[in-house]
Design a protein around this ligand. Sequence first.
Ligand code: FEO
Ligand code: CA
Ligand code: CA
Ligand code: CA
Length: 847
Amino acid sequence: MKTVTSALDLYHDGDVDTNRSANPHLADLIAERYSRRQTLFGGLHAAGAAVFGGMLLSACGDGDAGDTGLAVTITNGAAVATSSGRTVTLNGDVASSGATGTFTQVAGPAVALATTGNVATFVAPAVTTSTPLQFSFKATAGGSSGEALTTVTVSPAALGFSAVAKSLADVVAVPAGHTVTVLYRTGDPIASGVSAYANNGTDVNFAQRAGDHHDGMTYFGLAASGTAPNPSSNTRGVLALNHENIAGTVAYLHAAGQTGNVSGGTRPEAEAIKEIEAHGVSVIEVTRGAGNAAWSYVQASALNRRITPNTTMALNGPARGNALLRTLFAPTGVQARGTINNCANGTMPWQTYLTNEENWAGYFRRDAGDAARRTAAGRAKENQSLARYGINEGAVGNNRWSTVTPADTASTVFARWNATVQPTAATDGTGDFSHDPFGMGWVVEIDPFDPASTPRKRTALGRMNHEGCQIGRTIAGVRPAFYMGDDAQNEYIYKFVSNTAWVAADATATDRLAIGDKYLDAGTLYVARFAADGSGQWLPLVFGQNGLTSTAAYPFADQADVLINARLAADILGATRMDRPEWTAVNPATGEMYCTLTNNSSRTPATTDAPNPRAYVDPKLPQGDVVNADPPTSAQATRGNANGHVIRLRETGDTSEATGFAWDIYAFGSGADLNAANINLSGLDATNDFSSPDGLWFGVASNVTGQATPLLWMQTDDGAYTDVTNCMMLAAIPGTVGDGGTRTVANTLTTAANATTTSSVTTRIGKAPGTALRRFLVGPKECEITGIHSTPDGRSLFVNIQHPGENGTAAAPSSNWPASQTAAAPGVRPRSATIVITRDDGGIVGL
Ligand code: FEO
Ligand code: CA
Ligand code: CA
Ligand code: CA
C-alpha cells in the first residue's frame, strides 16, 4: 500500500462527480492539473512520480520492473471528488495499444470494485470526515507496461437531488433523474384467478385483493428458494404493508357510495364485508426483472396473504388469558379476532413484521346503559378504562358494521363490533363482545415468510393507539429497546426493554415467531417524562411500583391490568403529555431515537412546555385572506401546535437499557413565511418547509444511507398547509442531540372567539437543518404520504400514497391518481398505492 496523507483532504479541484456527468476529455485534465501536480502528489506517491492528470509517465515510474513506456491513463484525472453513497466510475485507457488494464485499490478504506474491461465502479463508502482512496490502473502490452493512479476523495454523505417544489397537482412529483413505478394499488388481485380490479365499485373479495389506505411497510429480501429470507436480496422480496382505514375513500369501494351509514340506519352485508376486508395487512411477493427492469408484484405467489379484522390471532405475553380478554369468540382469553387500523410498522432483525393497532377504538359500538350493566356485574372499573381509551356510551362504531344482519345467522363477524354488555349473556364477558375492545390496541407480530402462521399480539408492549414500534440498535449482550408512540392528542412516548440480551445468531433463526417470543413477551414497558433542562426519564410501568397498585385511581389487579391499561398507568406515573406521538425511528449509527409529534390542536399557551413549546395560529388561506393576520381572517385556521415537530433523544450511556436520556427538537414544522422568531424556529425555506410530520425512517445499515451519517426520511399527513401544497416526503442528514442550543418562544394564540392568551417557553432546539433537509417528493391531491422502506442496497425505495381524493365521491372523484400519474384521467376513481422510486442512473436514492 502506498501512503496517502491528509494534505489531500484540502484539495477539491477536479470536482468530477462521476455519478452525475460525462467524463471530461483527457487533454482538458492534463492542462488543468499540470501546474498543480506537486500539490497533488507531493505527499501521495512516495516514489515521487510525475503525473499529468492521472497519466503516470513511466519514464519517471514508480519502480515497477515492467514500466517501459506504455501510455496508461485514468481519464477521470488524478483527483476525483465525491461523497458517501455515490457511484464512482473510473475509466482506464491504454490509448496506444487497445490493451485491457487492471484497476486495483491501493489506499484508503476498502471498497468493492466491480470491473468490466477498463472500467471500474464502486460505491463511495460511508465516512465521517473527508477521506482519500487511491486506485491504480496498470496495463501491459507488447513488452511495455504502464500505470496510472487516481485519488478519489470521499466527503461525508450529502443529499443528491434538487428540491421538489410544493405542488397542488394530482401526481407524485420526484426530482429529475428519478422514476416512479406504481406497484400495488387498492383492489389489485393477489391470488391466481382473481379478476383485475374494475375500480367501479363492483369488485368483491378483498380478502384476495390489496386493501385500502396503504400505510407502514417493510421490504424483506427473499431467497431464490422462494420460501426463506435472504436479507441481501435486492431484486426479489416480500413486502408487508398495512391497510389502515377506509375513511374518506369508502365511497369509492361501492358502486354509488356507502349505504345505510346514517342515523338509525343498518348496513348491507355485502358492503360491510368489503369494508372490513379492506382493512388489515398485505403480504405480497415483489420482483424486479433483470437489468434494473421495473418492479412488479407476483399475483400468484404462494407467499401472498391478506390478514384482516377477521384473522384469528394469538395473544402472547403477560395479558394472555386475562379475564379482561375473554369474549364469546375467545372464552379463555388466549386469542383475539383480527387486527384493525394498522398504522405504522416495525421491522425486526429476525425477519418479522410488526403491525400496530392505532385508531381501533372508533370501530366499537357502545349503547346507552352499558356502564350500568358493567357496574352491576362487578366490572365497574372497565368503565374507567373504556373512557380513557375513548369508547363512550352512544358510540355507534365506524361504518356501523354491528348493524348488519348476516345471511349466516351463526356468524359473529359483525356482532363483535358491538361492545355493549348483552343483558342475557354471561357476566364474565364470555357470552358477548363486551371485552372485544381489550383485544385491540396491541403490537402484532407477523412472520411474512409463513402464510399459514398465526400472528401474535405482544401484550408486554402495552395497549394504546399504537402508531409504530421500531427496535433500536441491537448489540450482542445488551437488552434491546423498542420505541413506540401513542398517537392521540396529549398522549405519551413509550419504550419496551426486553428481558433478554441480544444474541446475534437469532437474526437468522428459522422459527422467527419463537424468536419474537424470546424478545417481545417479557420485559419492562417504560413511558417518557421530559424535563425542561433537556434531560428525561423512562418511568417503568410495573405493577406494585410507584403507585401502580390496587389502591390507585384505577385499581390495578396485576401486571396484565397495567399493560391493558397502559395509559392509565402512565397517567399515574406523571408522563409528559405530547403533541401526538407518531412514528419513531432510530439512527443506526448513533442509536438516537427520533419521534414525530405531528400536531396538536388542543395545545394552548397555558399547556406549552419545553418539549411541546409552541401554541399559535396557522392561517390556512383561501384566496383573498391576509397572510399572518392575527387573528387570521380564515375560518379554516389551525390552532395549537398547528404544524408539528420532531423530537429526538439520546439514551444515557448510549445504551438501550438506560432509564435516562437527553433530548432536543430536531426540527419544527412551519410554512417558510411564518414568524421566524416564534413559529418557523428551524428557519425552513421554500426547499424544505413542511407541516405535520408523521412517517419517519432511517436508511438501513446494509448500505451507506444507514451508516456513519445516516439518511432520514420524513413524510407528512397534513391539513394545515394543504392550501399551499399536497403532502410530501423530505430527506435529511440530521446532526445529533445537543448540536443546537436553547430558544425562548413567545406564544400568542387567539381563539376563533377572539380571546388571546400568551406564554413564554424555553426549549432545546437542534442546529437549523438548512440544506441538509430537502423536499424529495410531493404527492397527489388529498393524499397522505406514509410508509417507506428500501431494498438492502438502497437503490429501490418503496413509498405508500394513502387516500388520494379522500374528500371526493364516487360520482365526483377529487383525485384520479394513480391513473393521473401518466396522463389526465378525468372521472377515474383514485386508489391508494405502493410506489417504487429508483434513480435513472441506478444509484442509491437520496444521496
Ligand atoms: Fe395512522 Fe397516527 O397515523
Ligand atoms: Ca401515521
Ligand atoms: Ca397522522
Ligand atoms: Ca391517513
